[in-house]
Design a protein around this ligand. Structure first.
Ligand SMILES: [Fe+2]
Ligand SMILES: [Fe+2]
Length: 293
């Protein structure tokens, strides 16, 4: 089975929003106007979606940050852009939200994410869901994002741990292998430190749960760098960061792209390819040396 994983496309609109006094709304707008809009050019996101649509994959997984400041107009743009992907992959396109999709309390309360991506979670209000990919393999997704007044953290709380624990127990009865998808990393490459204001609070709790259930892979985004690694605390699980789909950078691992990987019937990941777009919009592929992970 071939799986395409992408993340962090960050559609944006410059608007005040209905909650101008919430600190993050103001900070997010300033950051967008003076920095982010130059790093996430809208035509690049459109090129990426078109290129992904041309890919051969059995399932497509998106690990969060559809939007930049959770405006309704951003969710609408994201939903319109993802429509051709839903058309091609149907329920084998699986989407979870990131912290930018849970940006302010009023945007969460308005349920823009749930309204524009109704197939993303099985039930409204649930932060954990699962979806089978075939008879042996199931994806479990979870949402650890909630608004923070200033910072960009996620929270892996004890109640979320329990929900995820229950889902793992349930799924393990019927499926031999599981892919877990969240938005935030819990492990980082040695040269990329985790930052306090950006990390998943409770990441140790997540690592502990992963070491107990050993999903074959943990897919995430959030840190805008494409990487694959194995953490010593969770040796059975490949951590795959798809990197940003919408960002422009001279560094190939930070430039718009995605990851494609193959899983055989035994649940072994047999091949991983990091993909990014050239300045001409061509796909450039780099096979990851699995023996070095
Ligand atoms: Fe992001
Ligand atoms: Fe993020």
């Amino acid at each position: 089975m071939k799986i395409l994983h992408f993340s962090d496309i960050h559609y944006w609109k410059i608007q005040i929003g209905s909650d101008p006094y919430y600190p993050k709304r103001f900070l997010g707008l300033m950051n967008l106007v003076f920095s982010r809009k130059n790093h996430f050019p809208p035509p690049l996101a459109d090129t990426v979606i078109n290129a992904i649509r041309q890919e051969e994959a059995d399932a497509v997984l998106f690990s969060g940050d559809l939007t930049t400041t959770s405006l309704e107009s951003e969710f609408k743009k994201a939903a319109d852009s993802f429509a051709p992907l839903y058309e091609k992959w149907g329920d084998q396109l699986i989407v979870i939200p990131g912290n930018h999709d849970r940006y302010t309390p009023s945007s969460v309360k308005a349920k823009f994410y749930e309204e524009y991506f109704p197939d993303a979670f099985a039930g409204m209000g649930s932060r954990v869901f699962s979806k089978p990919l075939n008879d042996h393999l199931c994806v479990i997704g979870f949402d650890a994002s909630r608004p923070f007044m200033v910072r960009s953290n996620g929270t892996f709380t004890e109640s979320l741990r329990k929900e995820l624990d229950n889902e793992f127990s349930k799924i393990r009865k019927n499926y031999q292998n599981v892919i877990l998808m969240g938005h935030f990393p819990y492990a980082y490459p040695a040269n990329i430190p985790s930052k306090f204001h950006h990390k998943l609070i409770g990441q140790e709790r997540l690592a502990e749960l992963i070491s107990e259930y050993n999903p074959i892979a943990y897919l995430h985004g959030h840190k805008h760098v494409r990487w694959c690694l194995k953490d010593p605390a969770t040796k059975q699980t490949l951590c795959i960061n798809a990197g940003p789909a919408g960002m422009s950078s001279s560094d190939p691992d930070k430039h718009a792209g995605w990851v494609v990987f193959d899983v055989n019937e035994s649940g072994d990941v047999t091949k991983i390819i990091k993909v990014h777009l050239s300045s001409e919009g061509e796909t450039i592929r780099e096979t990851v040396d699995l023996s070095k992970l």
